[in-house]
Design a protein around this ligand. Structure first.
Ligand code: GMT
Length: 386
């Protein structure tokens, strides 16, 4: 019997870390010989060029005249069922409970029980949406009806169980980095474009939503640059951007802060930084801190959510209570003014990212879950990282 699987993947094709993880996982699975079918409303932005075993099925929304809001979710569920039948998919792996796990549940009703559903919870689908009473029952249904559920940190599992009173097991499957892409790049010449040789670079990368607490990034930087010659680089775009720009102008810091906008080659950009700033209010994992770690860059951040499971306080970064900008600034100054400490942290970052969060091992963890729900033996041994 053919051991390779036919897997449908649905994710938000253009939204942050969950889309990145889903797409990179699909590419890794395709490299292993599995057939991967992305089902989404546009091509996932990390998909890149043609790769064997990867297929893309676009969801088209029917804009019938009685619809005030064209029903994307129903079109997605229908497309999932159509692709599952036509391609004889073994399973759907959906990233995000709302609406993807709900759509997968509907698709399964149309296709039959042989189609298995694996749901991965990433963050605000639980920490924000599951607090909404009008969505709670729907999210609980989608979680309980999935054949397997994974979450990207212990903290997210705890929060899911507590908020939704979930009794079923949830597998912990951390996010990962592709070691072929995330390693310290030579950024010397790029660095010269932004900072003088004696200046340190602090960096923040996000979608600038309120949960990222970008105002804390600015406040920490204000305190740091009073003690250490430094620059602050913002990478990304999002709703809080105008507020940050206003605050920076008001503080008279505009000549020391640079906005790089959205960037594709994050490994190259992060390699310029001395520290990454992640002072989030909520963060189930913090993929960007892992990407930084894999490039040898420590994180100064908050103790929110799953961040402490990833960033080891005093080893691969420093963590403070949410909103404690003074402690964050002190930690950043400590790291930026002690070259020996910075070198130790850099080594610890590289070791941790490449040993504990490598693509091969985590991809295998997902495969184990797939074979388990299908009631089949896992055909390969778990690879060792490093
Ligand atoms: O849920 C969100 O806020 C967006 C989501 C995303 O698509 O980037 O981020 C979540 O998933 C990422 C990938 O697993 C995690 O690294 C982020 O920590 C998580 N965001 C939050 O928990 C705020």
């Amino acid at each position: 019997m053919d051991q390779k699987l036919k897997i449908g993947i649905t994710c938000y094709p253009s939204l942050g870390g969950s889309g990145v993880v889903a797409t990179e996982l699909g590419k890794l699975l395709a490299e292993q010989g599995h057939q991967v079918h992305f089902i989404a409303n546009s091509i996932p932005f990390r998909l890149g060029t043609f790769q064997k075993n990867i297929f893309y099925h676009e969801v088209e929304v029917n804009d019938y005249y009685v619809f005030r809001y064209p029903p994307y979710d129903l079109s997605l569920a229908t497309k999932m069922a159509q692709v599952a039948k036509a391609q004889q998919l073994d399973l759907l792996h959906v990233h995000y409970a709302v609406p993807h796990a709900v759509c997968a549940f509907l698709a399964k009703q149309m296709v039959g029980d042989d189609l298995k559903v694996v749901t991965t919870l990433h963050g605000t689908d639980i920490t924000v949406l599951a607090q909404d009473e009008s969505l709670k029952d729907l999210i609980r249904l989608a979680i309980n009806e999935s054949d397997a559920v994974t979450a990207v940190s212990r903290d997210l599992i705890r929060e899911t169980v507590d908020l939704l009173d979930i009794q079923r097991p949830i597998d912990l499957t951390y996010n990962f980095i592709d070691k072929r892409i995330y390693y310290p790049r030579d950024a010397a010449s790029l660095r010269r474009d932004f900072a003088a040789p004696n200046e340190k670079i602090l960096m923040h990368i996000s979608n600038f939503r309120p949960v990222k607490r970008t105002q804390d990034v600015v406040e920490v930087f204000r305190q740091v640059q009073e003690q250490v010659p430094a620059r602050l680089l913002f990478v990304g775009e999002g709703p809080d951007l105008p507020k940050i720009q206003w605050k920076i102008n008001e503080m008279g810091l505009s000549d020391r802060v640079h906005f790089l906008g959205k960037q594709d080659d994050i490994a190259q950009v992060i390699s310029m930084a001395d520290v990454l700033m992640l002072p989030s209010e909520k963060e189930s994992f913090g993929l960007v801190a892992l990407e930084a770690m894999a490039c040898g860059v420590p994180t100064i951040g908050s103790q929110a959510g799953g961040i402490p499971e990833l960033v080891l306080h005093g080893k691969t970064g420093f963590l403070s209570p949410i909103g404690d900008t003074q402690s964050m600034a002190e930690n950043a100054i400590r790291l930026l003014t002690d070259d020996r400490l910075a070198a130790e942290f850099r080594e610890a970052c590289l070791h941790r990212a490449h040993h504990d969060f490598c693509n091969d091992a985590i991809r295998h963890e997902y495969e184990e879950i797939y074979y388990r729900v299908l009631g089949r033996e896992v055909p390969s041994l778990k690879p060792v990282c490093g």
